[in-house]
Design a protein around this ligand. Structure first.
Ligand code: 13P
Length: 252
């Protein structure tokens, strides 16, 4: 079964609403001819409305970078699924390593956030990945298996149609150190084996697994060219419309 490439820009804590609208207005023209990939931009919360308006009618979809597990209540600083739905976003990222590292995100909270998104009809990019120490200790596959099993606990085979996995080796994020295509492919294949054990082959073969970590126009072709790499979750190289367009077009 052919998996459609999905390339998403995670803009992290960058760009005001005005800057977001300007880049999306430029991007949507540059990628208007792209039909072989889903393109998603995930701006910061305060820029989402501007992003949704700028992207309207184009093939650029908009996502959020996080979502609360609760629907409402005393959760200072959090944004709920219904609040996000109202903005018009269709995607949300859960479990990004920066959330795990700086904001005490755990596999259990990733799981709860992912379920809240699915229940609201949002599609989710669930991030997993090992630290440098874990790679050096040769426990990369074990770490990814734990994050997958716990992060997806209780999520049904049917719901997996709305899930994309983003494998992001933590040591490759924002460092310029990309996993080699072979290294990334090995971990992607291992992750797909875990999905096979959890959901069976048909579901596992249909789930897209993105690579993230210093992906850029110069390496997207080799990375996305691997059998089990179905796209990218891109930080730095997604912030400039021309760079991100080149990254996307080289990958296809
Ligand atoms: P960079 O592409 O800047 O390494 O960031 C990757 C990332 O964390 C995307 O979520």
């Amino acid at each position: 079964m052919a998996r459609k490439t999905i390339i998403a820009g995670n803009w992290k804590m960058n760009k005001t609403a005005a800057e977001t609208a300007a880049v999306i207005n430029e991007l949507k023209g540059l990628v208007a001819d792209v039909t072989d990939a889903e393109i998603v931009i995930c701006p910061t919360f305060t820029s989402i409305t501007a992003a949704v308006e700028a992207a309207a009618g184009s093939n650029v979809q908009i996502g959020a970078q996080n979502i609360a597990w609760a629907e409402s209540g005393a959760f200072t600083g959090e944004i709920s699924a219904s609040m996000l739905k109202e903005t018009g976003v269709t995607w949300v990222i859960t479990g990004h390593s920066e959330r795990r590292q700086y904001f005490a995100e755990t596999d259990a909270t990733v799981n709860a956030r992912t379920k809240a998104a699915l229940a609201a009809g949002l599609k989710v990019m669930v991030c997993i990945g090992e630290t440098l120490e874990e790679r050096e200790d040769e426990i990369t596959n074990a770490v990814c298996e734990i994050q997958l099993r716990r992060g997806l606990k209780g999520i049904s085979a049917e719901e997996m149609a709305n899930i994309v996995i983003a494998y992001e080796p933590v040591w490759a994020i924002g460092t310029g150190k990309t996993a080699t295509p072979e290294m990334a492919e090995e971990t992607h294949a291992a992750c797909r084996s875990v999905l096979t054990a959890m959901y069976g082959e048909e579901v596992a073969e249909s789930v897209r697994i993105q690579y993230g970590g210093s992906m850029k126009a110069a390496n997207s072709a080799q990375l996305v060219g691997q059998t089990n790499i179905d796209g990218g979750l891109v930080g730095g190289a997604s912030l400039v419309a021309e760079d991100f367009t080149a990254l996307i077009k080289n990958a296809l």
